[in-house]
Design a binder for this molecule. Structure first.
Ligand SMILES: [Zn+2]
Length: 80
């Protein structure tokens, strides 16, 4: 009987907006609510990155890959 519970227990797969990995939202406690939606993360570092700049990760989803552009600028900039 108990094994049945494994199958009926709910899992909810969400995408980690930072790295794109699948995260089981029912099992992780790494989550953050932003603009009325809850996002889930695979690791504390992903949560931190999202908290630091949520708009960057969400705009990637909405507009294609604007972050690639910004990353290119960062690479082009050197401090020495
Ligand atoms: Zn992640």
């Amino acid at each position: 009987m108990s094994w049945l519970n494994l199958f009926t227990r709910s899992t909810r797969i969400e995408k980690d907006p930072v790295c794109g990995m699948d995260v089981d939202a029912a099992r992780t406690n790494l989550s953050k609510e932003y603009e009325g939606k809850r996002y889930h993360f695979c690791a504390p570092s992903c949560l931190k990155a999202f908290e630091a700049n949520p708009g960057e990760f969400l705009s990637v989803k909405a507009e294609g890959h604007p972050a690639d552009d910004r990353r290119g600028h960062r690479q082009a900039h050197t401090c020495d």
